[in-house]
Write a protein that binds this ligand. Sequence first.
Ligand code: GFB
Length: 419
Amino acid sequence: MSSSLVKILLWLVVFTLFVYVRSKEESCEQGSDRSARYLLYDVNPGEGFNLRRDVYLRIANLVRKLNQFDNWVLVLPPWGNLYHWRNVPRGTYFPWKAYFDMPSLNKWIQVMEFEDYVKVHGPRIRSAYILQHYDEEWSGNWQEKYDERPCLNEHSFIFREEDEMWQGMKWGTVLEMQKLKCLSVQGYASSLLPLLTKEDDSRSIYLRRSETVLHDDFGGQWYWSARRSMRFAASLLKEAQRFRHEVLNSDDTHDKTQVKDDWRDTKPERGTALGGPYISVHLRRRDFVHARNNEIPSLKKAAKQINQILRRENLTTVFVATDAPAQEVEELRTLVEGVLVVYEPSTEVLQRGGDGAVAIIDQIICSHARYFTGTYESTFSFRIQEEREIMGFQVETTFNRLCGKNTKCEQPAKWKISY
Ligand code: GFB
């Protein structure tokens, strides 16, 4: 073979290798950087949509702190099999982008969808910790701590002898884990920093039952930054906007609820937001009627309070977000003096995001009202109050709740925004 032919062949091999490496790199989604470390997490299966959103904030700020040590990416657990969701078949999972604006989330910490993690790394995780409380009797002395302990609750992961791997179904995928331990924890999300930074050979760590840890900074600037980064997906905002405009005569210009494109630049002065010409109510029913019997009003009592607010605010329309069965909504309609409006999702909206999409659209509509009142201890109501804080409403128009038969009816704590 002539030397020039060898050169050409060599050149071809090098070029092919280069193209292969580049295409591999390009196929990797954001956060698949080889130096990156990945934190996966999930929440007690019984918890609802809005408590899960709260747990995201705790873990997002843990990742923020972890980034002082390494390049960490938070892998987002898909949404599905939620206890309260009635329109999503079991086994259907929605990615975060169905509900939230991914670029906005990425402005606070680096995040990626679980499906993208699997595309790059396979369904494999190095270390998994099932978080739990301590079983020991309370000593009366609270201190931050964690210890590996025998598992207090059964779990569904099985140990495979042949390759010494743990295996189990999660988010519709068979996950494999090299190590699995139960960890008793007492403390904040950042109480786990020593554990996570110590294990620097673990590129991927999975924290199960993450609701076990507390917020580092509940109500503080970090809490609010992470919360402000949870902007809703554009398609949901658009649908809520359409409904507000067509049914409630409400739009951001007249309501003074315009926000900047980047959540980091959105810091309206309190009192600038006016809200649309309607009041809104989050009326939590179903399990709450039994579980919080003294605090949840009868429909008659709810209507009485709604009528009082309508008169006081000099408005005639009430938007009601509720999980109540249709016949309860109809009963309420007969009791309310003004026009009662509810959002009815189209099949398309349900297909695109199921109950989660409807919940968010309801929340957006509620948050843009002139006056809001919610339900005692409902995280669904809390998330609406936060949206209103972000838009700059007056405190008195936001932190309200309907009273039940309990004569002592404390209004919700005023968790005001801080920047
Ligand atoms: O959101 P969520 O955690 O609020 O759970 P709570 C309630 C679920 O019920 C939501 C539906 O995800 C929705 O699917 N839902 C409730 C609603 N209200 C509405 C509404 O106005 N509109 C729409 N579209 N859907 C907690 C749970 O519920 O209750 C806990 O998080 C626990 O897991 C506790 O079960 C007792 O804080 O109200």
